[in-house]
Unconditional design. Structure first.
Length: 178
């Protein structure tokens, strides 16, 4: 609860307003999603369900693109220190994304567990985004360091959406208060 109170304080400060004016929307969106997550508990509403389905469809599309038309682009995100063939990593992560996406859409009764697994997946692939920045690799139109830096906060948004849209966040909060 302390974290949510802290976010509410941030959202009302002049600094937050300046961030919004500077168009640092990723910070603003992250805070707004976290605040919205604090208001919906238990049974998912229509917006949460739509978010879960959209995230699932997004993952199926992303996974399909790993295996087909964007395969080379995704290889640019495989860290050089990973002792695996980059193409193998892209294919395997694509398969995982398709399975996760389909699970988010179809496994409604297991949505909480799938939400945690999706959030963990987003955490595990984050080093690829950092590698793209550090190794100055161009892919997906991210051809400047600034663009690659601006991409990083969106991984946090994906994690928040996975936890919120599946009810995983609410379930976790509920078990902490019992």
């Amino acid at each position: 609860m302390f974290f949510i109170d802290y976010l509410r304080q941030i959202a009302t400060t002049p600094v937050f307003n300046r961030l919004a004016q500077w168009n640092d929307f990723s910070v603003g969106i992250s805070i707004q999603i976290a605040l919205y997550m604090s208001y919906s508990i238990d049974k998912p509403g229509t917006v949460q369900t739509a978010g879960r389905i959209l995230l699932g469809l997004f993952l199926v599309l992303a996974g399909t693109s790993h295996l087909t038309f964007a395969r080379k682009e995704f290889q640019a995100q495989v860290p050089g220190w990973l002792p695996l063939n980059p193409d193998l990593v892209v294919v395997l992560s694509g398969i995982v994304e398709i399975v996760l996406g389909a699970s988010l859409v179809l496994l409604v009764k297991q949505r909480v567990a799938v939400g945690w697994i999706a959030a963990l997946f987003f955490v595990l692939v984050f080093p690829g985004n950092i590698a793209q920045l550090v190794e100055h690799r161009n892919a997906f139109g991210l051809d400047t360091d600034l663009a690659r830096w601006l991409r990083l906060p969106f991984q946090g948004i994906l994690i928040l959406v996975a936890l919120w849209s599946t009810g995983a966040w609410q379930q976790w909060r509920k078990t902490r208060t019992l």
